[in-house]
Design a protein around this ligand. Sequence first.
Ligand code: MTE
Ligand code: MO
Length: 548
Amino acid sequence: MLPRYGEPMHTGGAETRAGGAVLGIAAALAVLGIAELVAAFVNPRSSPVFAVGSLAIDLAPSWVKDSMISLFGTADKVALFVILGVVLLVLAIVAGAVEVAWRGFGMVVLIGVSAVALLAILTRAEATPLWALPTGLGTIAGLWVLHRGRPKAVAWRAAVVSRNAESAPAALRDEPGPHRSAGVVHPKQRSAKFERRSFLVFVGATSAAALIVGVGARVKNAGSAAYLAARSAIRLPAPATAAPAVQAGAQLDVPGISPLITPNADFYRIDIALQVPRIDPSAWRLEISGLVDTPMTITYDELLALPLEEHITTIACVSNTVGGDLIDTATWLGYPIRELLERAGVSRDADMVLSSGPDGFTAGTPLETLTDPDRYALLAVGMNGEPLPAEHGFPARLIVPGLYGYVSATKWVTRLEVTRFADAEGYWTPRGWSELGPIKTASRIDTPRSGANASGDTIAIAGVAWAQHTGIDRVEVQVDGGEWQQATLASAISDDTWVQWTLAWPSSPGRHTARVRATDRSGYTQTAATAPPPPNGATGWDSVEFTV
Ligand SMILES: Nc1nc2c(c(=O)[nH]1)N[C@H]1C(S)=C(S)[C@@H](COP(=O)(O)O)O[C@H]1N2
Ligand SMILES: [Mo]
């Protein structure tokens, strides 16, 4: 390369010029690596790579899209990311080179590129302000790499310049130039070799760290992104049999009482899955095997094409303590498990269905319960009008009225093995929980809350009671050890759902204790005897202490 006017022959040369480019690439990797990592926590779709790609797709004129598809076929997305990658590489090299030449200017380039990415992210339809975080923090990491790397690049160049100057002919050495100190190596200046190594170690280490973090997070985010895209593209069919309209009298107007139908976001969640399985519905299959005439599999699309039923069911966890909140109600959309089993043709010898999920969970459910024509045991795909959320078993799960979740409600279900209790057992059975898990009749006080300060002449003591598949007959409340008073029951949706109840209690100042007990339609009244959840569900009366 020819020296420019006023530039001495013995500059750092091409060797150190590459340093700027390398520094820029390290900074870009840091931006992307940190952004992917943060996106794994915020939302996989908040990743700048994903968002810029989506924006490019949205903005590309249709002739570009068409020619991309005709050129690359189904690899058009890959091609798009390759193009984006090349553009990014060029920008990174420019930013690094500019930064080494003029301190701070490469940072301006980086911030400019990040601002464009932020624009792409925040204009996504589902974006929230939080989505700026991955790119924001990534940019800070990139700026840090430029800031820390530049002095090393500059020191390397200076060392090379001095070395070259020393070995240059005397005439050249004496020529004045902006980069030199008359060819004298300053005693504190280290060798070019040392400076080069120090620079390369820095960019190498930061790039490697960014790559490891970024690729790891990207793999995770890509999986979740595909799942999210698939889930949001699903349109559930209208039910062939809709749930009955909830009567106005089913939901009491009492502040603090549990909503009759639990919003998905508030629904309790219990499972052994360390990471919520993200299942691609197009790859999902349910296999029905074991003691059947015709083993079969069903795909998600086949399932959605069946006449689906909607049922409102309250499910509960056996681990729920007295007064606990591991119980909720939703409108489930699905296909009767009974019909599926009928298609497969169940052997007379069988008495249990062992259902399994990808997390290693299994549930052993009595065949009798699943085939009961009066019990709406569902292979569910919908929850409160949307596809099951990932946490609640997307793409499909079992919902069996009247049984605790551990023996019935398998999420992300992939297999129904028709078998016998004598030959198989569910996940929790060898871990100290009963083989059978019918839900125990129980009741809970929602308001007043324990320790609350209530006021008013009359105080509504209210809550929910449940006896799935049997139905609640009455609920009684006792205040301060007095007479049991009958609470007013809201109208029940069905025997499979909890029922709200309330008692208007004429208050008196001071500290009070209220207790509740329910009686179900079989005539059973909740026992006062307390039992812990293991092995088959807690018993005892819920009570609250409050002050007026
Ligand atoms: N795959 C799988 N399904 C599962 C479980 C599990 O650990 N893994 N837990 C069960 C238990 S113990 C309960 S109480 C219910 C809870 O369902 P939810 O998280 O949708 O409320 O899911 C059941 N289904
Ligand atoms: Mo559970």
